[in-house]
Design a protein around this ligand. Sequence first.
Ligand code: 4AZ
Length: 258
Amino acid sequence: KIRSKYPYMTLIGFCDNEKERCDISEAKWKCGGSLITPWYVLCAAHCAVTPYDSAKWARLGNLKINDSTKSTVNKRIERMMFYPQYQSTQLYHDIVLFKLESEVEFNCDVLPVCLQTERDIKQNKANIAGWGRTGSSQHMNNHLLEAEVNIYNDTECNKLMFECVECKKEAIRMPRGYQSDYMFCAGDPENGTDTCQGDSGGPLVTRSAEYPHLDIQIGITSFGKKGCGGKRDAPGVYTRVSNYIPWIEEVAFKDVSE
Ligand code: 4AZ
């Protein structure tokens, strides 16, 4: 049996907005997420609702999207908790918590991830994972993929985002410019390894020298400066998880459901 190195990786399934309750067979798997407690999955806010569909299902314990195994766990998303300052027209605060219909039972294939609480990111390498598009494909990738990326420092990321005059879309969606307290850049300057459509909401994790087997989530896949697979000047942008710890604690860790 192949065990996942990412037992907290969650697939988010979408159904038509018309449907209050939809069957899992109707769900379209279009975003990633991460399990943080028995009841909560962390995701990107822009993933939660679109004009025509919204997140209804969470699937854990799977390496392949559609291949259910003994370890597969499917849970309905019972409630969405958006970060209070999130606005769907902007790229700031791209973070949401999904409360599940019932508690997830942990086992070796389904485990929560730890969250980074300090702003400072000491590592310069991190791992990304997801079922998002690869290359020119328009579809999700059936297998969970992972890759290593470099974390850009604030100065470099600031400069790159400021230079982004060609992406007018971002100027509208970031009215106060790039905000390094809310987000950070990561990517691969040499070969353009990157997250892409479908990876959104999924985690970017690091490991520390002290605890090499413990994944710490520092980012949530959010958007790209110029789509996907950009080189040095066009990294991926990730929600800075550490900035949202007080809110996450309030919503998820203090919610002791019976
Ligand atoms: C997207 O469209 C998307 N390279 C997500 C992440 C990145 C680009 C696009 C980052 O959801």
